[in-house]
Ligand binder design. Structure first.
Ligand code: ZN
Length: 419
């Protein structure tokens, strides 16, 4: 369908009580969230249309076609049971999965049907766990909050005065970090309400802007995990697609509604499982293997060039603040070229080398994510300093090397030995 079909988009946004075909839990809560917001705000449909018009104008500008985008991410883990307090390694596996999918490195891209293969796009976005917090302090890009609200991740019903508790520290959840500059991801149990959900850009309160996901579906796991068949981290890929203004490939419902992307064929409704290609609902093979569909993770394969244009235009428009910062490479870390850390990720030890004056003594400090010093020793510039990590809990650690008046910093991921 053609992206110019704004009239059809109007039809989409007026279907106030539509929900896509769903199982329990709902696959994706984003459309439901959007409909809820439209019910609360009668002017929203008009605003959405204005935003869409602006987006279409930006898509026509050549300078927005290609961007090197490094997107800082903060993950807010809001946990009730210890099992929901997911580890740093699982979170890192999810960041890696986002980068894999947005950079067309997912293995199953090789199985994209021949008729769709030329449409596959490398979106080119790089996601990082933010290295600095809004107040400028060093950060792991992960916050952890214990909650007593067992379904706090269900943003549609666990509310106070219309505000989902998840998004507010004062209501038992976790406040967003500046949503203009960080992609906020909340990981919280939602009692089978949905796998994941996202806000669309420019719509809804800024302090609630971002993605939420049940902890079961965040990260990459083996096939025999509880998350199967959504075990490869693609729920978040789908939700981040919404975050960058993509809609489901079937539009809202039926062959006459559109996702406003030119190269995704019309499709009547969501697919689930792992269908056989070609499958058709609207007189042409359906692109059920697109990340913006509902099939199993093993069968989700790609974004299209048209979806890429839409995401790039969004990044140049309502999401431009994500690029207007150095949170992926905070200032102290930009001083790091003299400091090298290897291996990274580490298992039983790391080596730190400060390639400075060969004779000057420096101090090396290793901090855990809570800011506690877990190792401290002296080294000499140019000589590798070995630090044992085998007795450390797995997770993200920060290294600080102090020499003279300079402080050099770096980050290292320590993995369990059997990982
Ligand atoms: Zn969705």
């Amino acid at each position: 369908m053609q992206k110019k079909h704004l009239l059809l988009f109007l039809i989409f946004i007026s279907l106030s009580d539509f929900l896509p075909a769903q199982q329990s839990p709902l696959h994706c809560g984003s459309t439901h969230l959007l409909e809820e917001r439209k019910k609360e705000n009668p002017d929203l449909a008009k605003q959405i249309l204005q935003l869409e018009t602006q987006l279409q104008e930006q898509m026509g500008k050549a300078q927005f076609r290609e961007r090197n985008a490094i997107i800082p991410v903060v993950v807010h883990v809001v946990w009730v049971e210890q099992a929901d307090n997911i580890s740093d390694e699982v979170i890192q596996s999810q960041i890696d999965a986002l980068n894999r999918d947005f950079q067309r490195r997912n293995e199953n891209r090789l199985r994209v049907p021949e008729d769709f293969a030329p449409l596959m796009a490398n979106i080119g976005f790089e996601f990082c766990l933010a290295g600095s917090a809004p107040d400028g302090t060093l950060s792991s890009g992960i916050t952890r909050t214990q909650s007593i609200l067992s379904c706090i991740g269900n943003t549609g019903s666990v509310k106070v005065d219309g505000k989902p508790r998840l998004f507010y520290t004062a209501l038992g959840g976790a406040d967003a970090w500046d949503t203009e500059h960080y992609l906020n991801i909340w990981v919280a149990p939602n009692c089978d309400a949905f796998l994941g959900s996202s806000s669309f850009p420019g719509i809804g309160p800024a302090e609630e802007d971002g993605v939420s996901i049940d902890p079961q579906y965040l990260g990459v796991f083996p096939e025999n995990s509880a998350a199967f068949p959504f075990h490869l981290g693609k729920t978040l890929t789908h939700e981040v697609g919404h975050y960058f203004n993509l809609q489901h490939t079937w539009g809202s419902s039926g062959c006459d509604t559109d996702d406003l992307v030119a190269d995704t064929p019309a499709q009547e409704k969501a697919y689930q499982g792992c269908p056989i290609h070609p499958s058709s609902t609207c007189d042409s093979p359906d692109m059920f293997m697109n990340f913006m569909n509902y099939v199993d993770d093993e069968c989700l394969m790609f974004f299209t060039q048209g979806q890429k244009e839409r995401m790039l235009a969004t990044l140049a428009g309502p999401r431009a603040g994500l690029l207007d910062n150095d949170f992926c490479n905070p200032k102290v870390v930009t001083l790091t070229p003299p400091l090298s850390i290897y291996p990274n990720p580490a298992r039983d030890c790391i080596h730190v080398v400060l390639k400075e004056d060969q004779t000057e003594v420096y101090e090396v400090l290793l901090y855990d994510a809570a800011g506690k010093i877990v190792a401290q020793q002296e080294g000499v510039g140019g000589i590798a300093e070995r630090i044992n990590t085998q007795f450390l809990a797995s997770g993200i650690y920060f290294i600080q090397a102090k020499m003279g008046g300079s402080i050099y910093t770096g980050k290292v991921l320590v993995l369990p030995e059997a990982f």
